[in-house]
Design a protein around this ligand. Structure first.
Ligand SMILES: [Zn+2]
Ligand SMILES: [Zn+2]
Length: 131
């Protein structure tokens, strides 16, 4: 009985986390996700959010990438690329399907059935490159 209650609570937490991630384009860190989700679930802890995010990423339900020693998460898992500014850390989505398609077709030639590709461009955003 107790176990079942825990499971239900975990499911609600996971759903809220997913819902938040799907609703934003900011590629938040675990802490940012926590700050948003805690408004709806006051009892949730940062550790719980962190664990959920890593589980979801391991299952391929969300994207996770490391930048500046911090993990960022993305609810949109496929067919888009990212530009990360080396200076301010701003992460922007790029939708250049051709790049992903090309990368995937190349990988298939190497006997690997890739379903998805994550590409990160490192450089400087307009704000940081302009002097
Ligand atoms: Zn920048
Ligand atoms: Zn993204």
């Amino acid at each position: 009985m107790i176990k079942k209650q825990v499971k239900t609570r975990n499911t609600i937490q996971r759903i809220k986390i997913m819902k938040y991630l799907k609703s934003v384009k900011t590629h938040p860190t675990a802490e940012m996700v926590y700050n948003a989700v805690v408004k709806e679930i006051p009892s949730i802890t940062l550790a719980t959010v962190y664990r959920n995010l890593h589980n979801l990423a391991n299952k391929g339900k969300i994207l996770m990438f490391e930048f500046n020693k911090e993990y960022h998460f993305d609810g949109d898992t496929c067919n888009h690329q990212h530009c990360i500014c080396k200076k301010c850390g701003k992460i922007t989505d790029v939708f250049q399907e051709e790049i992903s398609k090309y990368a995937l077709s190349k990988l298939r030639a190497d006997n690997f059935d890739a379903k998805c590709v994550t590409i990160i461009f490192n450089g400087f955003c307009r704000k940081c490159s302009g002097v």
